[in-house]
Design a protein around this ligand. Structure first.
Ligand code: APR
Length: 243
């Protein structure tokens, strides 16, 4: 299966990657739906929805502050680094990620499309005010207040029931439409519309390579399925590509 994947990459014209929480699992960041997944221990509707934030902004910020602390200790792993190497070699054109941890950018990937936002970016919860800022560490005071209008600040991530950032979504759809191969790594494919990305490539006649430790909603349409940890599989692929 590794040889099949390597040959497919070698003979493809426009290769992109689509990633989920599984690629960051080996950097110590919990996934959402696995055996120790976040949604096993917390209720998404209590923490990752606009209603939850309106009801109890302090609780939501305590959860994000905890996630920021976990992510601040995380480093890109061999899988993130392998994708950056493939991009530098001109083999990979874009990384479309559902992750908000910023590890693809830290690993050196340049064309990274963050469909669900970035946990280190905060924005004003007052839609009229367009204050945004990047944090390098969790805010001291929670919930933080907007310096411009005094409303509550919130993480600039996509919550359940919210639309994806239009410019990120459009860019991702353009890349998926242009691609003739998408490497899907570490996602359950459970959340729409993000999980449509691989099917856009497939529907245009493109191929799908999936790397996952188990099956996912994408597996039935994958042309090559590699049952393996991302940090083990991707270095094998870059080695096979002579990188
Ligand atoms: N290597 C490869 N795959 C892995 C690894 C690993 N080391 N560890 C876990 N996985 C796989 C799991 O088998 C699972 O299929 O990663 C996937 C993680 O799935 P989820 O936890 O559902 O994460 P994701 O698909 O990114 O969730 C999508 O849901 O809660 C929302 O906004 C959140 O972006 C997230 C979205």
């Amino acid at each position: 299966m590794f040889n099949e994947a390597i040959e497919l990459i070698k003979h493809s014209r426009y290769v992109i990657a689509f990633t989920g929480a599984g690629i960051s699992a080996e950097s110590g960041i919990p996934t959402f739906r696995g055996p120790n997944g976040l949604w096993r221990r917390f209720r998404a509707e209590d923490l990752a929805t606009p209603e939850a934030f309106a009801r109890n902004p302090t609780l939501v910020w305590e959860w994000y502050k905890w996630r920021m602390k976990v992510i601040s200790r995380a480093k890109p792993n061999a899988a993130h680094l392998a994708l950056a190497k493939m991009e530098a070699a001109g083999i990979l054109r874009a990384v479309i990620t559902q992750n908000v941890d910023g590890l693809h950018t830290s690993a050196g990937s340049r064309n990274v499309i963050e469909l669900h936002g970035n946990i280190w970016r905060i924005k004003c919860s007052n839609s009229i005010c367009n204050f945004k800022s990047m944090l390098s560490e969790p805010p001291e005071e929670i919930p933080p207040k907007c310096p411009r209008c005094g409303s509550l600040l919130r993480p600039d991530v996509v919550w359940f029931g919210e639309p994806l950032p239009p410019e990120a979504w459009e860019k991702a759809v353009t890349e998926a439409s242009r691609a003739d191969l998408v490497i899907v790594i570490g996602t359950s494919g459970a959340v729409m519309p993000a999980a449509l990305i691989p099917t856009i490539t497939k529907d245009k006649g493109g191929k799908i390579i999936e790397i996952n430790i188990g099956g996912s909603a994408i597996t039935p349409i994958a042309d090559v399925f590699i049952k393996c940890r991302a940090s083990e599989a991707l270095p094998k692929i870059t080695e096979g590509l002579g990188l």
